[in-house]
Design a protein around this ligand. Sequence first.
Ligand code: NAD
Length: 337
Amino acid sequence: MKVAFYSSKSYDQEYFEKVNQRFGHELRFFETRLDAQTVKLAKNFDAICVFVNDKVDNKTLKKIKKHNIGLLTLRCAGFNNVDLEAAANHEITVLRVPAYSPEAVAEHALALIFTLNRKTHKAYNRVREGNFSLERLIGFNISGKTIGVIGTGAIGKAFINLLKGFNATILAYDPYPSEELKKQGINYVSLEELLSQSDIVSLHCPLTPDTHRMINAQRLKHIKKGAMLINTSRGKLIDTEAVIDSLRDKRLGSLGIDVYAEEEKLFFKDLSEMIIDDDTISRLISLPNVLITAHQAFLTREALEQIAETTLQNVTDYKEGNVKQKNEVSAEQHRKA
Ligand code: NAD
């Protein structure tokens, strides 16, 4: 199969070409983002492969169909950037990588927590400049604290697993609690209870109409004073303006994010010589208790290999009429979920 990759980076090309030696597909890598204008690059291809910030709306899907391309394969787990109703209408199969090294994202969430708490990013810069002062570097013990996990699917579970050695109390919220975690003694509570009791809140649920801005001004009023909020899932799970207000009011203690509501314009690009045309992220960057990484939680060697493996297997399965149901995302399945 001839596959056109959009939004591709050097690491995509490196890992996909390596893994493709076992699959033998014809791969072409474009750096540009997929949208209605750039679909034309995929003329004469059999499949399109996209990442988290490619815009796969009705207009784009209509053009994909026009080029007789029947497969859209996502090299990620989240699919909130795809109009699934439109994909069904245009008879385009949408496949994804439902789980790839959930530990990669869970470990990054933990890295954000530890960096924010013990301020190692600040200490590193200080020491490089010959500043050995400890002023304003005070953190807190994780031991004895309460950590709230919102969403206990693959990543939430991996995160809870990592927390086990910390002697912390774990609270969880998920409309579909995991029996396995309950058996392990994990306490599921309401979202309100989790927010009011947790010293650290970590988001691990997908972005859906139900979860859009689930952390909003109203809920932030009830968050435990001084709590740390961690988001490695999707930017639009939080109302960023409300979170900034809460940080300014000193209700929310700190924020660690790997995702940002308007990240399409910024993330995955080197804008270091440009003026950043986004006042909200500029304000976030200016706050001393905010740590931002640019959607890198998935970026481990193991995850990149698994993403390439599953994506190329998805292409082969589609070619052989043997699509794995768990890897398919359809509007119907999504409605049922
Ligand atoms: P998953 O499908 O295994 O688990 C998601 C869990 O969220 C499920 O248990 C589901 O019941 C729960 N959920 C659904 N609605 C909810 C709600 N309203 N409140 C609380 N929980 C709810 O998904 P996963 O593999 O664990 O991934 C979670 C999310 O992480 C993905 O949707 C994606 O957005 C994000 N992600 C980010 C990166 C990154 O690099 N930053 C990488 C991979 C995934």
